[in-house]
Design a protein around this ligand. Structure first.
Ligand code: NCD
Length: 308
């Protein structure tokens, strides 16, 4: 894809490396402009609708802040519990209705894998998938590679450990997809067997060198980046399995300082118990910057989709 104007963003596989590079450049210039001027006016007279039918803090807020900083307007759908969905309105009808008010972009999070693509078929406005169940979260992948680039000034050749809930998580899949567009990437999937990466992800990243490992200690010295994820409690079919696995991993300061080399530590957040707060003041801890980077790269994406 060479220009994202008017496009839906459903999967991280849609991004070619040129798209990522161009969006990173745009995010860097918008960062400077926003730091200087506060609110810009690229998106004047444009409306972004946020429809979040699953919980969110960062993704929803960073899209909303990004649009406001571009000078546009935001309308939020509100909580699913407070909307007509709670009265039994179908997803399709809700989406048709939102689209009927003519927003310029719809940002959608909901729990059914594949329903972002369905919404894109229903709506004339471009739809950005902000998470469709365990499937994908393409704009998180963008901010993840943006963060890697800001820290290491390259994406090619990185060695990354993606750890935690690779089965039910949507960030490990989208991150793998976007990394597959770069050269000489090595991915270590760090998880117990029950939470290992879904086979369909491995099929789609053919050509990428990967390895499955069960413990972070085994590969820590090899890594440029350790990407930690939360166990997706809400997606476990069997709550006792969650209880059994939840102690599996904890990245803490004591563990990290044992190594001569500590990789950059990333996490899409929210964290629960898998990443201790005592890691926060290590210079390698980058997850709060990562969240902030999300606003700039999402601003770059919105600007390009709007064609402004
Ligand atoms: C992630 C998500 O929603 O998939 N959060 C986010 O968007 N930053 C990760 C998670 O919920 O564990």
């Amino acid at each position: 894809m060479s220009n994202l104007r008017g496009r839906d963003i459903i999967s991280a596989l849609q991004f070619e490396r040129e798209d990522v590079e161009r969006l990173i450049d745009a995010a860097e210039s918008l960062r400077k402009e926003i730091e200087e001027k506060g609110i810009l006016d690229y998106a004047r007279n444009k409306i972004l609708a946020t429809v979040f039918l699953e919980p969110s803090t960062r993704t929803r807020l960073s899209f909303q802040f990004a649009m406001v900083k571009l000078g546009g307007q935001v309308i939020d759908f509100g909580l699913a519990e407070a909307a007509s969905i709670a009265k039994g309105e179908s997803f399709e009808d809700s989406m048709r209705m939102v689209d009927g008010y003519d927003p310029d972009i719809i940002v959608l999070r909901q729990k059914v894998p594949g329903n972002a693509a369905k919404a894109a078929e229903i709506c004339k406005a471009p739809v950005i998938n902000a998470g469709d169940g365990w499937n994908e979260h393409p704009t998180q992948a963008l901010l993840d590679v943006y963060t890697i680039w800001r820290e290491l000034r390259r994406i090619d050749g990185i060695r990354i450990g993606i750890m935690g809930d690779l089965k039910y998580g949507r960030t490990p899949s989208s991150l793998s997809y976007i990394l597959s567009k770069f050269k000489d990437i090595k991915i270590y999937y760090i998880a117990p067997e029950q939470l290992q990466i879904r086979p369909e992800v491995l099929e789609k990243i053919r050509g990428v060198d990967y390895e499955k490992v069960d413990r972070p200690e085994k590969v820590m010295e090899e890594l440029d980046v350790l990407y930690v994820t939360r166990l997706q409690k809400e997606r476990f079919e069997d709550p006792s399995e969650y209880e059994r696995l939840k102690g599996s991993y904890n990245i803490n300061r004591e563990l990290l300082v044992k190594f001569k080399h500590i990789p950059i530590i990333m996490h899409p957040l929210p964290r629960v118990f898998e990443l201790s707060t005592d890691v926060d003041d290590l210079p390698q801890a980058k997850y709060f910057e990562q969240a902030k980077n999300g606003m700039y790269i999402r601003a770059a994406l919105i600007k390009e989709i709007l064609g402004v």
